[in-house]
Design a binder for this molecule. Structure first.
Ligand code: F6P
Length: 361
């Protein structure tokens, strides 16, 4: 009987901890089940390329280095939706059948896909179409995938933002300034809320809580006058709205809208309303790179091992998830129909308010 072969790919935006997950899948599949593992290059693009872009992974592939490295050595793409693929001439083509054909050409028995909520939707649909046994592993710095408490990459991104606040504070204090830090996170404010609490912010603005700039200005005045501390830290999520009710977005090279720049709008408003010397830092993709934090390596490893175990049990079309200190598996249909926003009545918001942090409301 020939060996079972599984494919693995990383889809969507990268983050720290992806290599740790690929390593865990490979080790578990080889040592636990004597399977072959095929790494597919550049997410879904690898399977619709002619010839398909893939390589056999073995334990030597990883050495001691990859566990510690950010990014994904397999490559990833945010442009690889085979259902609506933008061709070089600008036309949009359905290439889902090519994805399925590419998968079949590798003689694979199943696919493990590491992705965020958008990738889970696409991969779930593709695998249903091709009758491909599929297990998802959640990753994204945004931590916005439903049914899991943590996604791979979130903790590292928050650490980067906390480190930025640690660096901004002394310069804010030296120059008596308000420092505004804009962080990523898409439509969820998890990065801002966690980083703001851990980094001692005075104000945290998140998309889930509509803010009033007068409340923000009042908080800064309170800090300057009441607390007699002539510096303040403000953390803003990239997806909050401007005072005119707009989101600050830019079209990328594909025409897809990305967030970025609202921190400058908030900084200008603070300066205008309070007269405080204000500076703005947009942290951007720094949050996606760097050495993966301990928790990202740990959950990536646990997800990788469990994903292979699920495949071995024949339990497919599931996503591994972190719930109550354990890896569990959840139905992909439940994941792709929900979005994991901040719970405005939850512990983190309660903690921020309890610390006297202004959330803009
Ligand atoms: O989803 C991860 C993320 O980093 C978001 O926080 C951010 O809005 C977006 O991706 C940036 O996308 P890109 O890498 O395409 O600029």
């Amino acid at each position: 009987m020939s060996k079972k072969r599984i494919g693995i790919l990383t889809s969507g935006g990268d983050c720290a901890g992806l290599n740790a997950a690929i390593r865990a899948v490979t080790r578990r599949a080889i040592d636990g089940y004597d399977w072959e593992v095929v790494g597919i290059r550049n997410g879904t693009l690898g399977l619709i390329s002619e010839p398909v872009e893939a390589e056999i992974l073995d334990k030597q592939t990883f050495g001691g280095i990859l566990l510690r490295q950010g990014g994904t050595f397999l490559g990833a793409s945010t442009k690889g939706n085979p259902f609506a693929f933008k061709m070089p001439d600008g036309q949009v083509k359905d290439r889902s059948a090519e994805f399925v054909a590419g998968f079949k050409s590798l003689n694979l028995d199943g696919l493990i896909g590491i992705g965020g909520d958008g990738s889970m939707k696409i991969l779930n649909r593709l695998c249903e179409l091709g009758d491909i046994p599929f297990i998802g592993i959640p990753k994204t710095i945004d931590n916005d995938v439903a049914c899991t408490e943590f996604t791979i990459g979130f903790t590292t991104a928050v650490n980067v933002a906390v480190d930025a606040l640690d660096r901004l504070l002394p310069t804010a204090a030296s120059h008596h300034r308000v420092m505004v830090l804009e962080v990523m996170g898409r439509d969820a404010g998890h990065i801002a809320l966690h980083a703001g609490i851990a980094g001692g912010a005075d104000v945290i603005l998140v998309p889930e809580i509509p803010h009033d700039m007068e409340m923000v200005a009042e908080k800064i005045r309170q800090v300057y006058e009441g607390e007699q501390r002539t510096h303040a830290l403000v953390v803003v999520s990239e997806a909050i709205k401007t005072p005119e009710g707009k989101k600050v977005m830019h079209a990328n090279e594909e025409g897809k809208m990305n967030y970025g720049g609202v921190g400058h709008v908030i900084g200008d408003q603070i300066a205008q309303l309070t007269g405080a010397d204000t500076r703005v830092t947009v942290l951007g993709h720094l949050q996606r790179g760097g050495t993966p934090a301990m928790r990202d390596r740990v959950i990536a490893s646990a997800f990788g091992v469990s994903a292979v175990d699920l495949m071995a049990q024949g339990k497919t079309n599931r996503m591994v998830a972190w719930q109550h200190r354990e890896v569990v598996d959840v139905a992909l249909d439940d994941v792709v129909t929900r979005y994991n926003n901040i719970d405005v009545a939850g512990t983190m918001v309660h903690t921020a308010r309890g610390l006297g942090i202004c959330l803009g409301d």
